[in-house]
Design a protein around this ligand. Structure first.
Ligand code: ZN
Ligand code: ZN
Length: 338
């Protein structure tokens, strides 16, 4: 029996409250992590509000947790007490299905989301299967590493999955929590990077993140300034866009890839794909191995999310800040249990 103090919401759209829960015995393949920092991701807000109809209450949010291993089951492999690790969207997978056995653990049908039917990282401690506790490189600044574990891997994985080349031209739509990390990764990958932003006041900042060119995403004419110029277009926005205009920004054989949770169906004309042999795809986060590669790459290239810190005890203020669209660009909560 382990009592863990955390912050809980008892129902949709309710404020988080302090809460102590009995986590039960630690499983033989589980590790328990003493949380030092935990990112606040837009998906936490979606689960809090039950936007996707998947939420289970009471819910302990937080799926970008960073901290040291404080306990380990006797079947845990490759990790030791005191080691610093991170946990992202997924905290366990079955480890024996085709997806798990071929390195696509994040596509496992039995994967456990850290904040759905599992207690997340807005707590003193969080648990995961050992495979999903990803060691953090020494060079990484741990106070800003949290958002890499969900947002970071989400925008990094497509570059690897679709074999984006340094000679490619990459576009990023939506320069927010995900997009500002995508610009940094695509730039360090060696690509020429075009940012599509709805907010021209951000232009200078957007260039600092690694965009070589900034184009307005507000109107069709603005988008079409980039017509026929991109090999790969990463859409991080979660609102409906002028999809046919964005498809026109792709060169032949180009791909538009979705990582933003746009809830409305996307209308696409068949000819928009057929002429030019274009593709549309989507992906969730990434496997533990992909997370590990992403963290190494981030450390090597000094890639870090730009974060604002709140103490975990002010989590409701942080959620209000995020919900108001004011986060620049990600929020990290600092564990402050005494
Ligand atoms: Zn997330
Ligand atoms: Zn599996």
């Amino acid at each position: 029996m382990t009592d863990i103090r955390g912050w809980v919401s008892h129902g949709a759209k309710q404020k988080l409250e302090p809460f102590t829960y009995d986590a039960g015995p630690l499983g033989p393949e589980e590790v328990e992590i003493g949380v030092e920092f935990c990112g606040l991701c837009h998906s936490d807000l979606s689960i809090l509000n039950n936007d996707w109809g998947l939420s289970q209450y009471p819910v302990v949010l937080g799926h970008e947790a960073v901290g040291r291993i404080v306990a380990a089951g006797d079947q845990v492999k490759g990790l030791g007490i005191g080691q610093r690790v991170g946990i992202g969207w997924t905290s366990a997978s079955c480890m024996h299905c085709h997806q798990c056995m071929t390195g696509d653990h994040h596509l496992c049908a039995g994967a456990v989301a850290t904040i759905i039917g599992h207690r997340g990282g807005f707590a003193e401690k969080v648990r995961s299967h050992w495979a999903w506790a990803v060691p953090l490189p020494e060079a990484l600044d741990i106070s800003s590493a949290g958002p890499l574990l969900c947002g970071g891997i989400t925008v990094f994985a497509p570059l690897a999955i679709y074999d984006v080349k340094p000679t490619d031209r990459v576009g990023v739509v939506g320069i927010g929590g995900l997009g500002h990390m995508a610009l940094q990764f695509a730039n360090a990958w060696g690509c020429e990077v075009t940012a599509f932003s709805s907010n021209p006041s951000k232009m200078e900042e957007v260039r600092k993140f690694g965009a070589h060119r900034v184009v307005s995403s507000r109107d069709r004419a603005g988008i079409l300034k980039a017509a026929n110029s991109l090999d790969f277009l990463l859409v991080t926005a979660n609102v409906p866009l002028d999809w046919s205009a964005f498809l026109q920004t792709l060169k032949p054989n180009g791909r538009m890839h979705l990582v933003g949770a746009v809830l409305e169906p996307i209308p696409v004309g068949a000819f928009d794909l057929i002429f030019g042999q274009k593709s549309i795809s989507g992906s969730p986060t990434g496997s533990p191995a992909a997370m590990s590669s992403m963290l190494d790459f981030a450390a090597r290239h000094n890639i870090a999310p730009q974060v604002e810190h709140f103490p975990l005890s002010k989590v409701n203020d942080a959620i209000a800040h995020l919900a108001a669209g004011e986060a620049r660009y990600r929020i990290v909560l600092d564990a402050d249990f005494t």
